[in-house]
Every structure is written in C-alpha cells, then in structure tokens.
Design a protein around this ligand. Structure first.
Ligand code: PLP
Length: 426
C-alpha cells in the first residue's frame, strides 16, 4: 500500500489534522432535576449516595454504548476502520470543549489510576530531584510516585496540608505548600478533592504559589504541578487554563457519569516534553514507525494515549458524557452538588454523635462528605446504612471514614432521609 492509499484507508490524515469537527449539538431535554434523575436507570428504591465511586450512566451514554457495541459485534473490523478516527476526534473535541483545553492536550486512558501511573512513571526526573506530595493522596498516586522514584532515583516527600480537615483554611494550605517547596523540588503532586476527608484544595491559588517559585528558576529547573482531579472533575465548574496546573488526571467513570473504563490526562503544551510514553500509542506515531509518514513532533494525545485495542464502545461513548454535562451546564451541576452536600453536612453537624471531617464551605469541599460516628467503626456505619437502603461507602485509606456523596441524581428528600437515618443509627 502506498502512503496515500494507506492514509486514505486508515484515516491517518484526519488524526494529523487539528480536531475541528463541530460537536453534533443534540441537546437532551432535561429541564429539571427530576428529569435528570429519571434519565438514569438507577434503582431508586435505594438512596444512591455513592455515584462518585462508579457511576451509572444517563440514557445518552447508554444508547451510545449500545450503538457502538452493535456496530462492533456486527462487523468489527470494518466498523473499527471507519469509526476509529472520527469517533476519537469527536471524543477529544468534546473533552476539549468541556475542559477549555487546546487540541492535542488530552490523552485518553482507561481510569484515573492508569492516568496517574502513565504520568508519574513517565516523568523525566533525575536522581537527587524531589517530588513533593501530600499525606492526603490516594493509593494510586502514592504507588505511582513510589514507582517513579524507584526508576529515576528521585525522592518523594509527603507533607500534611492540614491536620484537622474541617479546621483548615486556604491560607494555611498555601503557607504549608510554600514552606514545603525546596530547591530540589521538581514536581508537586496533589489531589484536587481528597477522597478520604473530602477536602477540596485551592488548586488555582496553589498554582500561583508554584508560578511565583518558578519565576526565580531556570526553565530547566522549573516545578511541574500535577493534580489527581478525579473528584473535582464532573462537579467543579473548572477550566484547565484557569486552574493553572500543568497536568490534570481524571477518571471519567465517576462524577462525569461516563462509560466504565474511561479517563483522561490533560497536559499543558509547555509541559508535554516532561513526560515520556510508557505504552506504545496507536496514533500517527505508528505510521511514523511504518515509514508511511515522516517523523514529526507528537502532541500529548499522540504520544501518551496507550495503544492496543480498547473497549471502543465505551471510549467513544465518552463524548456523550461530556455533552450531557455541557447540555445541563457545568455551573448548574456544581451548584446543585454543592447545595445537596451542604444540606447534608449542616444536618450532620447538628447530630451530637457525628464527627464531620469535611469542611462545610464549598470553597474547601466539593461532593464528598466524610464523617465518623462515636463508638462505631465506619464499616459498621456503612453496613447499617445499607440495611436502611442508603448506599454509602467507607474511605479506602489507612484512616477510614464513612462517606455519603449526593450528586445531581439525588433529591433534597433523600438527603433529609440520610440525616434522619444518621440520627437514629446508634
Ligand atoms: C482520589 C482518587 N484517585 C484515584 C482513584 C482511582 O480511580 P480509578 O478507579 O478511576 O482508577 C480514586 C478512587 O476512587 C480516588 O479516590
């Protein structure tokens, strides 16, 4: 096959071009929270307070998955050949629109964990350099950083950004970050919303602190700011440019209600060079290897998105999850999630036997609400709640709390029922 035929047949040229197809604007008719709730197939005989852990899908995502699955089941190879490029472009375009990102800045992954690992173990660090992280990060960040340190000889140092989660302030977090940065610090690795205590970090302000430090450093010695954004993603009305970090990693099968086994890594263009690929990408890089295309610099998508065949029916339907959020409105989703969480926390606060760990203010919290009940193990609390038809979860950390996380599918009545159940749980 000559180069022109190859490109025509595989659609490689489309991947070379800037993603420019407009989104197919098919607004979902979801005009109130009741219709949003009804759009999910959730078992509402139970109070679903853990959608953030592994999400159920809205109808648009379900039908997209079914459509792609049918195409792949009927005629896998032809369907793949004709759909890979346009569908991938559509997912990337939807992700860029949602995040306010530039073309080429987003790599597609299968989970937050995969994204964190590809990012951290791919960092071009040298022996003696330091990764500054925190004691509040998830297992997936801690282990990825540990692997990165083993490979490169860099060290990992973890600091507390707060002692008592519900007493913390933005000023205190910023001052601890400032104090924590040392001359050898090259990476700051944090988590946007802590899935243990539910604290939301002031990422934008932290980015400013890091930018100030970078102003006095050579470009070759600058600090890169990396964020596990999974529990802010799909809740907080963010735009990556405003957030100011260099890398943002998130699974899209949690708050975004996207297909299971999907996620993204966003990387600002001037940070692309800091990461080397771990898994060979099936992108234009493949055609360069085959000598049907000349070698050229790769964007972050083309360099870092893991190759191999994927569960394409899920990956392609991610577009619909982004569009579902866009159609509802990011600000509306954020405000509703905060409203239900604040209502729940205020209720918890008035119950004597509850110790609420998550700050009340949406400035320092998002949708995760963590608490303990006097004299009861968190697992016992969550088991009792399950028996009362309330689906909460325990935090998978060394220190364990109970969690309830309302989202846009929940109602005020459900939040009130949770508060009542917590009053009676003893
Ligand atoms: C903060 C945080 N990061 C990463 C993960 C792992 O997410 P995933 O299942 O998408 O790999 C979790 C799990 O909920 C988490 O709480």
């Amino acid at each position: 096959m000559n180069r022109r035929n190859f490109i025509a047949k595989t659609g490689a040229s489309a991947l070379l071009a800037t993603v420019s197809n407009p989104l197919s604007a098919t607004p979902t008719k979801l005009d109130d929270w009741a219709s949003v709730r009804a759009d999910f197939k959730l078992d509402t005989s139970k109070i679903q307070m853990s959608q953030f852990l592994l999400a159920s899908h809205p109808s648009s995502v379900r039908s997209a998955i079914e459509k792609y699955r049918k195409g792949l089941d009927d005629n896998p190879v032809e369907y793949y050949e004709s759909n890979f490029v346009p569908n991938t472009r559509a997912v990337l375009k939807a992700a860029e629109t949602y995040l306010g990102a530039q073309p080429g800045e987003i790599a597609l992954t299968d989970s937050t964990t995969m994204g964190l690992s590809l990012l951290y173990t791919g960092l071009k660090l040298k022996a003696g350099e330091e990764i500054l992280s925190t004691t509040h990060c998830h297992y997936s960040t801690e282990k990825s950083l540990e692997f990165a340190a083993e490979r490169t000889g860099a060290t990992v140092r973890r600091i507390n950004l707060y002692e008592e989660a519900n007493q913390t302030t933005v000023a205190d977090i910023l001052s601890r970050l400032k104090e924590g940065i040392q001359a050898k610090t090259r990476i700051v690795a944090v988590t946007f919303v802590h899935s243990n205590a539910g604290v939301k970090l002031p990422i934008k302000e932290m980015s400013t602190v890091i930018k100030e430090v970078n102003q006095n450093r050579a470009a070759s010695n600058r600090i890169y700011f990396c964020v596990d954004g999974v529990h802010g993603f799909g809740v907080e009305d963010i735009n990556v440019e405003d957030l100011g970090c260099d890398f943002l990693v998130a699974g899209t099968h949690k708050w975004l209600f996207g297909p299971r086994g999907t996620g993204i890594i966003w990387a600002k263009e001037d940070a692309w060079d800091m990461v080397q690929p771990t898994i060979p990408p099936f992108s234009v890089a493949y055609y360069m290897w085959m000598n049907v295309m000349p070698e050229a610099p790769l964007n972050f998508y083309s360099k870092i998105t893991p190759g191999g065949f994927h569960s394409f029916e899920h990956r392609w339907a991610l577009k619909d999850a982004f569009e579902f959020h866009q159609n509802l409105g990011k600000a509306k989703i954020q405000n509703r999630t905060h409203q239900l969480s604040t209502m729940l926390k205020e209720g918890m606060q008035s119950i004597k036997h509850i110790k609420l760990h998550t700050p009340i203010s949406p400035t320092l919290s998002s949708g995760i609400n963590s608490f303990e009940i006097e004299g009861m193990k968190p697992k016992e609390v969550v088991d009792k709640l399950h028996k009362m038809n309330i689906i909460g979860s325990t935090t998978p950390y060394r220190t364990v709390y109970a969690r309830l996380t309302p989202c846009i599918i929940n109602t005020e009545e459900e939040v009130m029922q949770c508060i009542k159940a917590l009053e009676q749980i003893m």
